[in-house]
Write a protein that binds this ligand. Structure first.
Ligand SMILES: Cc1ncc(COP(=O)(O)O)c(C=O)c1O
Length: 419
């Protein structure tokens, strides 16, 4: 793994965000909210310490400007590399919404689009018993799936950097009636058989004073852009099953991982021992449409009621189902992910040629890049939009909308900033 660094002494840091907020939420609050939701841990702005420890890492916004303030980069077009969540809706998905907008349809999933989605999921995942539950966010997918898989006295084991543990405000614990999320160590932000074995060894099995591990949850790709190979997943799921655990996969970006590994969706999921998948679509071109895909009938039966109680059986489900069906049809999800992965490869190759170091390999659409603070500031001035993670590390993310020209311009900005 490349680890060359151009980082010098770390100056102070802050979350980058030049675009003006368009919502009613204050820019400062919205920036913080976005960073939190994406699992980013901003570091204090210079002077945050002056305001005491409580302020550190919280009030990170640059000086407030009006909603229509001039861009700070002299009017140059921005290059969007903050997140795949910033992208719009893929035209094919928008067309599917429009096509579904004809006449009336039975509410709450009793419509033809939802029935078709059910069949499409079974075909794409090559599993005749798979059942799909559309929901509106990745957090809902994770929390509902895991609450249906784990009793309230149980524990969900996941990597200690997992999104469910660090960035979902304990939604899974709430939905799961207080179930525990327990972090497992592991290099590269991935659990390994040895670290999972350590977690099992540290468990007081059968002791009713302690939560009992009942689920193992993967994030694929991880929040830090690394991926589990299919055989690595299989080794871990076998170990989990040996202890009587079910297995969940947070697939907020699963399409990017499938494309990177060149495997079939079934190989990365049920054939590798995964029982339930949180199937991401929004980051990759959908409009607030995600799904839980369950290969386990007992979990599916639970989800019928849990999704309703949590308010995710939407009355106009046809519009979510139409999106998800279009997303999975003719490999659209994989084609969109292939685009963002390709743009990240282009970026990674270019940065490597410039001598820039990374913390992860550019296998999917996220790259954690080592640049010192003055370089980061110069990149911001050139119009590059990204998040600062900690002193000396920025995160760059490509999406289905990222163009070759965007990446060429980003690389030109790097070349200039590194001079
Ligand atoms: C790995 C991962 N899982 C889950 C989520 C949650 O998705 P949402 O923001 O739609 O709730 C995210 C969002 O950034 C994520 O990165």
């Amino acid at each position: 793994m490349a680890f060359r660094s151009r980082s010098g002494p770390h100056a102070a840091n802050r979350m980058h965000c030049r675009d003006r907020e368009r919502s009613g939420v204050s820019g400062k609050l919205a920036r913080r909210r976005r960073a939190d939701q994406e699992g980013l841990r901003p570091v204090p702005h210079p002077g945050a310490g002056d305001r005491g420890p409580a302020a550190a890492g919280r009030s990170l916004a640059p000086p407030r400007q009006g909603r229509h303030a001039a861009p700070q980069n002299g009017g140059m077009a921005h290059i969007e590399l903050r997140s795949d969540n910033t992208a719009g809706v893929a035209p094919e998905i928008l067309a599917a919404i429009v096509a579904a907008n004809t006449g009336t349809a039975i509410a709450y999933g009793g419509d033809a689009w939802t029935a078709r989605l059910q069949e499409t999921v079974r075909t794409v995942f090559e599993h005749p018993g798979a059942r799909v539950f559309p929901v509106t966010s990745g957090t809902a997918a994770n929390a509902l799936a895991l609450s249906a898989m784990c009793p309230p006295w149980g524990a969900v084991l996941c990597h200690e950097t997992a999104h469910i543990l660090n960035s979902e405000a304990a939604a899974t614990s709430m939905m799961g009636g207080g179930l525990l999320l327990r972090g497992v160590a592991g290099d590269d932000h991935r659990m390994q058989p040895a670290t999972l074995a350590e977690a099992f060894a540290a468990t007081r099995w059968g002791d009713n004073h302690h939560s009992q591990p009942r689920v193992l949850s993967f994030t694929q790709p991880t929040d830090m852009g690394t991926i589990y190979r299919v055989d690595e997943l299989g080794a871990l799921t076998s170990a989990a099953r040996g202890q009587g655990l079910r297995v969940h996969l947070d697939g907020a970006r699963i399409a990017n991982a499938i494309v990177a590994l060149g495997c079939r969706p079934a190989d990365m999921t049920w054939r590798a021992g995964i029982d339930v998948v949180s199937l991401g679509a929004t980051k990759n071109g959908a409009l607030s449409a995600e799904a839980i895909v369950s290969f386990d009938d007992a979990v599916s039966d639970e989800l019928v009621y849990r999704t309703k109680r949590a308010g995710h059986v939407t009355s106009k489900m046809r519009f979510q189902s139409a999106q998800l069906d279009a997303y999975l049809t003719d490999d659209l999800w994989l084609r969109l992910a292939a685009r963002s992965n390709a743009r990240m490869r282009q970026l990674g190759d270019g940065l490597r040629a410039l001598g820039v170091g990374f913390l992860n390999r550019p296998d999917v659409n996220m790259l954690f890049v080592q640049v010192d603070d003055t370089v980061a500031t110069a990149l911001e001035r050139a119009g590059l939009l990204f998040y600062r993670i900690r002193p000396g590390v920025i995160r760059l993310v490509t999406g289905w909308q990222t163009t070759e020209d965007d990446i060429d311009r980003a690389l030109a900005a790097f070349a200039h900033a590194l001079r």
